[in-house]
Write a protein that binds this ligand. Sequence first.
Ligand code: ADP
Length: 686
Amino acid sequence: MRAKAVVIEILSSRRPAGSHYSALIRIKTLTSYLSASTVGICAGVSGYALYTLGVMPSLATILPAETPINLTILDDTVVSASLVVFALALSLTLNRFGLRRCWRWILVAVVCVCGIGIAGFMFLNLDLLPIPLLFSGGLALLLTQINRLWSLDRQLARALFQSSQGANDSIGANARLASGLKLLNTVLPLSEAIVFRYDEIDSLQAVARFKGAAPNAQDPRRNSVWREGIDLCQRAATSGELVSQTSPGQNSSTVAVPLLHESETAGVLLVRLASEFSVDDAPLLEAVGSQFARNLERESFVQNPARTQSLSYFSQSGGKRKIDALNVLKAITVEQRCEASTLSHIDDGVAIAYLDGTIALVNRTLLDFAALTSEQISTMDIFDLLNKFRTDIFDEPAIAVRRVLQTGDEYEGELNFVPKNQILNLRISLLRERQPATANEPIGIAIYVKDVTATKEYEKLKSDMISLMSHELRTPLTSINGFAELLTADDTIPPQAREFVSIIANESQRMSRMINTFLSVTQLQRKDKQEVLKIPLRLDEVVRETIASLQPVAKKKRIRLMEQPAHRIPPVAADKGLITQAVKNLVNNAIKYSPERTTVTVSTALEAEAVRVCVEDRGFGIPAEAKERVWDKFYRVVREGQEKDEESTGLGLSFVREVVEQHGGRVDLDSEEGRGSKFSFTLPRL
Ligand code: ADP
């Protein structure tokens, strides 16, 4: 099949005039039309007012005429109406299309007004009001444009404040300053540290302070030290560089660090050290200083609550606040960059893509897994990257991504690269917004790749070792058991020796049972789900057969073993031998761990898409802390007053769970100590 050529054309946002796309204009809101109309009408009325007050120059005084003429003046209603209509038309046009699109039409209107005005004056002796019209029109255009800019500014301010407030962290700016000073104290011998911030009138103000061992209040030099410190701060702030001074013979030094954020000085950090300042500490102080600068930006934003946002366009403090908000956003971006850069230091491969498929971040490990260089990845999108991980089970990356986007569920796959002898665990998940306002909105796609080759090899080795050992143990055990049984039948052996031999026979039998169960669990664990032979099986029949075969065991303990009748149970796809053994284990346990003269009930029921088998007893029950662990291999519940059970291996329930999970089902346990237990499992119905 021939691959379809895909053409993606990026249309320039500056389309030539006359293009069919230019007809698409964003529909304006009704309020914007209302305010533009009000502005237009006001401009028209002001023009009319100035005209009637005679403030505007008359045409006759401007245009030269051979003989003084008596101009015919239009009726007042006509004048006011035409001024208002003209101003209204201009302001609505400007509001609708913007100055860039409609300046030609406005020019044409101005030329027409002038032309018609002059013609009326020259040929008809009539004042067709070109001057009031031009005045009202100009005023309407000016006010409408200011109104448009003002409304844009309001939108900008709202967006800025919302994003900087939403992104403001919960710790609080002052707490972060205090924490920073504490950090400095742990790494440097601080005797005092003060953070200064530039206030509104650009003078330095102390906002946070750390005091080490109490300075001597009577120290006569204290005042001069303080003055020197302030002087150092001024020098650091003006030069934008760290300034230090060591007191001669005092073994102490003072350092002033400008708090720089994006090359702007937000304040100064003054540090007095109880030792001589070493230049090696300069990068440390500068790094902490830049974090302080970000914290100060945040603090100044938090401390200056917006008063009247709507008038901020015309006010200096409003403008300042917008700059503060922008600085807070810049600070947050820097901190987020720091979060993102941690990903480059982890051993697992991580990539993040935006929802348009472009790659936002890829760490070194992932590049190594994909055998790509940084230059190659810069021209790739998420699909190109995922294509590098194609295997037989991950042959359609696009489908996996689509499923993640559609359902929001994570995709997980184990990719086996046989030639490279590498097994990678790949996860693709949807990243969601955490901000409360937009919570849960998808914002990106994350790819995690983990090399599990070593773990898999280790697991295989472990299970190989286990099964090898079990096989090796089984052969001598069979001989021990066989010969012991032979000896028990020998009448020539003294009775006491025969008793010992029968103990040997019983114990070796128990041991081989244990090994057999253990082997079957490990074998099951190594099998893939597809490997279990599944045929349609009716679980109620399995239950009936199991009950019949265990009736004698139950009778020995005078336990009533019964089946709860059920109607119309659909079949499941299962391996009959394994499932029968699992049900047998559950019923056997119920009998084993129940006192005499109790009841064990086995039921089968249909639940939505699954069939549940439930074994309920009135036995000893399982303590809450053991509920999770009873399914683990070799785990046995220790009960007071209950002697060690010879038959118990701690493998029965782990076998049940393994079998059920191999069939795509789930196990469940509900139990109360001293009252009984309810073990159950479900298998998907056919
Ligand atoms: P085993 O019965 O061979 O010891 P299992 O894995 O079947 O091993 O069970 C693990 C532990 O769970 C047992 O030691 C037993 O104490 C507890 N247990 C299992 N079934 C029941 C039950 N029906 N009632 C009470 N305890 C049970």
